[in-house]
Design a protein around this ligand. Structure first.
Ligand code: C2O
Length: 534
């Protein structure tokens, strides 16, 4: 294994999109940011220098950070931010992980422009468990606002109103042609007849789950969130923010030009973001002025199409890549996910939108929780995150009209190596919405999913404990539930949150603290000397 060194300079860069130029915060002046390449078992050392006027952190989304929580990145959870003019070295090992992941800023909504791909190749000499592609392509899906992202965040947090939706989705930074501004870059995927391509698709959007389609071509899905799956064919990919999907594409159609479409999915009735962005797939030898071959685009509320995709995901579970699903459960937890309204004296309508797990809107502390945990600093968090909703109600029926949440920095503590099941129960509080929920420090197995209220008697009998998909981010259906399992074998402080940034901001987040074990390699490593202070 090797040690790979990277330098990330966080800098302001003038960027033109949608026929307007604005200055945005980037890594090394790029949007999307630099690509990080490594092999399974390599050590990655990234020196991040903050040259902008605001605080920065970087998160390596999906990297397990075994015993190295200091390098995980979420601000005030595992570290204090890197202040203007300061730097911090993220040092971690990619033990036993290979596939596609992403890195992104993990403070306010900075990840809108500060993100990029992590490509982890298998160890040298170890093949993929699927036919070797001729080429590999990276496809990063994002969102672009004409306004300053800070202004968008302020509206979402201070005014009590929902945030402005983005002005475009992007493919590798290209918004494609949009009404009123057609003379700009459109992403083109160049292919050659007969060749196969491994597409590494990343959803780096801030608030949108997305469909991805290439006209006239089926895709074979082989990996999600850096875990191999049983290959299956589809014409539509469904991908949530924070998720990654590897797909094989064979250029087996007539030479020509084919539409690529990226369109948002929203099962909330209030969905107003229906902007589809387009790219093209172009065969080598396509004649001049070709007719573009089109495709139908799923409607914004195409829940059945999203379900067909996610229900097809199964762990590869081969001899070489077994699915190690916990078969027993030490901690059985039920977390409701809600969006609600709280009074707010300074807000436009006297109220503001909030979001919570188990009626607790999580409050970020001003000291990083990992430090507080490691140094035993009192008064930063309380150990009382509820294992169940404080007041059970008909979660997916007619909910209580108001959702007066508790606010607090409450954590749930787990013993080392205990097994955990979390049923993530969607609710119809205010509006039913799909919540792509992300866990730091772990992959989990998605053992079950259903509509309505979770039934603790009947539903576990239907769980898949053989080959459930293993991932780090999973959608919780509106008016339904998703059950996950993991073994708490990574000591530290780990964030669990909705990866729709607007919901995270409103409080849909919580923290697990996993205590050290007693064995020699079962405790959190000491913090690096350059760890930022608050
Ligand atoms: Cu990709 Cu906590 O985030």
């Amino acid at each position: 294994s090797l040690v790979r060194h990277y330098k990330f300079s966080v800098v302001v860069k003038n960027t033109t999109k949608l026929c307007a130029t604005k200055s945005v915060i980037t890594v090394n002046g790029k949007f999307p940011g630099p690509k990080l390449y490594a092999r399974e078992d390599d050590t990655v050392i990234v020196r991040v220098t903050n040259h902008v006027k605001q605080n920065v952190t970087i998160h390596w989304h999906g990297v397990r950070q075994f015993r190295t929580g200091w390098a995980d990145g979420p601000a005030y959870i595992t570290q204090c931010p890197i202040q203007p003019g300061q730097n911090y070295i993220y040092n971690f090992t990619l033990a036993g992980q290979r596939g596609t992941l992403l890195w992104h800023a993990h403070i306010t909504w900075l990840r809108a422009t500060v993100h990029g791909v992590i490509v982890i190749l298998p160890k040298r000499g170890i093949p993929y468990p699927f036919p070797k592609p001729d080429h590999e392509k990276i496809i990063i899906l994002g969102e672009w606002w004409k306004a300053d992202v800070d202004a968008v965040v302020n509206r979402a947090t201070q005014s009590g109103l929902p945030p402005n939706v983005s002005d475009a989705h992007t493919i590798n930074g290209f918004p494609g042609p949009v009404p009123g501004c057609s003379s700009q870059g459109t992403y083109t995927l160049h292919v050659e007849s007969g060749k196969t391509y491994l597409l590494r698709i990343i959803n780096a959007a801030v608030n949108d789950e997305l469909f991805f389609i290439i006209a006239g071509h089926n895709l074979t899905i082989v990996e999600v969130d850096a875990s191999y799956i049983k290959p299956f064919e589809t014409n539509t990919i469904f991908i949530s923010p924070g998720q990654t999907t590897n797909a094989l594409l064979t250029a087996n159609q007539d030479v020509g030009k084919y539409l690529i479409a990226v369109s948002p999915f929203m099962d909330a009735p209030i969905g107003i973001d229906n902007l589809t962005t387009f790219g093209t797939l172009r065969y080598k030898g396509t004649p001049a002025y070709p007719k573009t071959i089109l495709t139908s685009i799923p409607p914004q509320n195409a829940t059945p199409i999203a379900n067909v995709f996610t229900d097809s995901l199964r762990s590869l579970n081969s001899k070489k890549y077994p699915a190690q699903v916990p078969l027993t459960v030490d901690h059985s937890l039920l977390f409701t996910l809600s969006v609600g309204v709280n009074p707010c004296a300074t807000c436009v309508n006297g109220s503001k939108l909030v979001s919570d797990f188990n009626n607790n809107s999580f409050v970020l502390p001003t000291t990083a929780l990992l430090q507080a945990h490691y140094y035993n600093i009192k008064g930063v968090y309380t150990d009382d995150f509820p294992a169940n909703p404080p007041i059970p109600f008909n979660y997916t029926g007619n909910p209580p009209a108001n959702n007066q949440t508790n606010n607090g920095t409450r954590v749930y503590r787990l013993a080392f190596n205990s097994t955990v099941q979390v049923v993530l129960q969607g609710t119809t509080m205010i509006a039913p919405e799909n919540h792509p929920t992300h866990m730091h420090g772990y992959n989990f197995f998605v053992v079950g999913k259903g509509l309505g209220n979770f039934d603790p008697e009947k539903d576990p009998k239907k769980f898949n404990l053989i080959d459930p998909v293993e991932r780090n981010t999973v959608g919780v259906p509106s008016a339904g539930w998703t059950a996950i399992r993991f073994k708490a074998d990574n000591p530290g402080v780990w964030f669990l949150h909705c990866h729709l940034e607007v919901h995270t901001t409103w409080g849909l987040k919580m923290v697990f603290i996993v205590d050290n074990g007693k064995g020699p390699n079962e405790s959190l490593l000491p913090p690096p000397a350059d760890l930022p202070v608050c």
